[in-house]
Design a protein around this ligand. Structure first.
Ligand SMILES: Cc1ncc(COP(=O)(O)O)c(C=O)c1O
Length: 397
């Protein structure tokens, strides 16, 4: 099928909820992808922080292939070895004692919110169901997740939303204090907001949330869908802060590009879910679980967390050099390899021009260029990306 045929089938048969797409990508290797015309691109989008090991990593292929030949799918009515191994790995690497598996970030947050409500309902009765999230957050598109997302543009037209959600301001503890009460069952935040344009929580804010949750018998939920799984240079972003949540949601990078989400929690909170409380047909599917085990194992074996810290520092340094040269970059934010360059204008044209020059980046919240390359990225890749960005910025400045 040629490029035009793919485009025309997509336009004819797929609901247009993604807008006009620019490229038809058909192959990937490491940090590079190719379009159907054979043009190569350096991929600093990585499926929006998904392809932690880059494209088609041999260890991921090997694990998935092996599982494909062994067992592709069985129901959660049965024990599944790769799922059990993955749960053990995630719990041993984190604060958690128990995991629930699903298929996406929105579903992981849906599960996290349901778990928090069920826990409060079980222990404190009917009136403790409110959830506090943050303005400009992003938690996904299912009803509870989009209600949790503190951005009207994603909610408009879908009302009535799920009741009981309130929105505070990032890094403004007073705004949380004004909303929290004995009715609050959970406070849910991204330790580093991704979609809002890469905005980290301050340590004081997270500590303040932890204290407020404890005082109000509410659970603290971290949405680490985007910032988790090595992205910040630690396995989980909360490790940079040393402030432990009660529940954490994961997805995106967890299985290196296969669909998977997870809810992690403590033994105590996990008891709120009893047989029948929550379920997912594909959650913890053997192939996705094997992919996740291989992804996490490779992150550890190949020292990719260390690489993430070093390459993140190098990318920030390189971007700061460009900032000195071009005043349209006003701030560089982020941690590890989740980095945002704040612009004084919309970034769509810059993003498109970079693409034409062979670099894929994307634009969060319209004015932030977001860099979330695979965690295998090298200094040479970053140099090449910065060369392209430099050229593009010189044309728009
Ligand atoms: C922090 C965060 N939570 C949840 C989601 C939703 O994930 P998914 O698209 O897999 O449902 C995203 C997606 O961008 C995200 O960045």
């Amino acid at each position: 099928m040629n490029t035009e045929e793919i485009k025309s089938l997509t336009q004819k048969y797929i609901i247009n909820s993604y807008g006009t797409r620019s490229l038809t990508l058909c192959r990937g290797e490491g940090v590079n992808v190719w379009d159907t015309d054979g043009k190569q691109y350096l991929d600093f989008v990585a499926g929006i922080a998904v392809n932690q090991l880059g494209h088609c990593h041999p260890k991921l292929i090997q694990a998935v292939e092996k599982q494909l030949h062994t067992l592709i799918h069985v129901s959660n009515l049965y024990y599944i070895e790769p799922q059990a191994r993955l749960a053990q790995m995630l719990c041993e690497l984190s604060f958690a004692d128990k995991a629930f598996f699903c298929n996406s970030g929105a579903e992981a947050n849906e599960g996290a919110i349901k778990l928090a409500r069920k826990y409060a309902h079980t222990h404190y009765g009917d009136n403790k169901f409110e959830v506090i999230t943050l303005l400009n957050s992003f938690h996904g598109r299912t009803y509870a997740a989009v209600t949790a997302t503190g951005q009207e543009k994603y909610q408009k037209g879908f009302e009535p939303l799920v009741p009981g959600f309130h929105y505070a301001e990032l890094n403004n503890l007073d705004s949380v204090k004004a909303l929290i009460s004995e009715r609050t069952c959970a406070v849910m935040v991204e330790p580093i907001q991704g979609e809002s344009g890469v905005h980290p929580c301050t340590p004081e804010f997270l500590q303040g949330l932890r204290d407020l949750c404890n005082q109000n018998k509410a659970l603290l939920i971290y949405d680490e869908v985007q910032c988790g799984l090595g992205r910040t240079g630690k396995m989980f972003a909360y490790e940079h802060y040393g402030i432990i949540p009660d529940i954490m949601s994961l997805a995106k990078g967890i299985a290196g590009g296969l669909p998977m989400g997870a809810v992690l929690t403590t033994d105590e909170v996990a008891t709120a879910f009893t047989p029948g409380s929550h379920a997912s047909t594909f959650g913890g599917n053997p192939v996705c679980s094997a992919a996740a085990c291989a992804t996490i194992q490779t992150l550890l074996e190949d020292n990719l967390l260390e690489n993430t810290i070093q390459m993140g520092n190098y990318l920030v340094k390189s971007l700061k050099k460009l900032q000195e040269k071009y005043s349209l970059i006003t701030e560089i934010r982020g941690m590890g390899l989740i980095i945002g360059a704040q612009l004084d204008r919309p970034g769509t044209d810059i993003m498109t021009m970079c693409m034409e020059e062979g670099l894929l980046i994307n634009c969060a919240a319209q004015t932030t260029l977001r860099f979330v390359p695979a965690l295998i990225v090298t200094q040479e890749d970053i140099d090449k990306a910065m060369e392209i960005l430099d050229k593009v910025l010189s044309q728009v400045s």
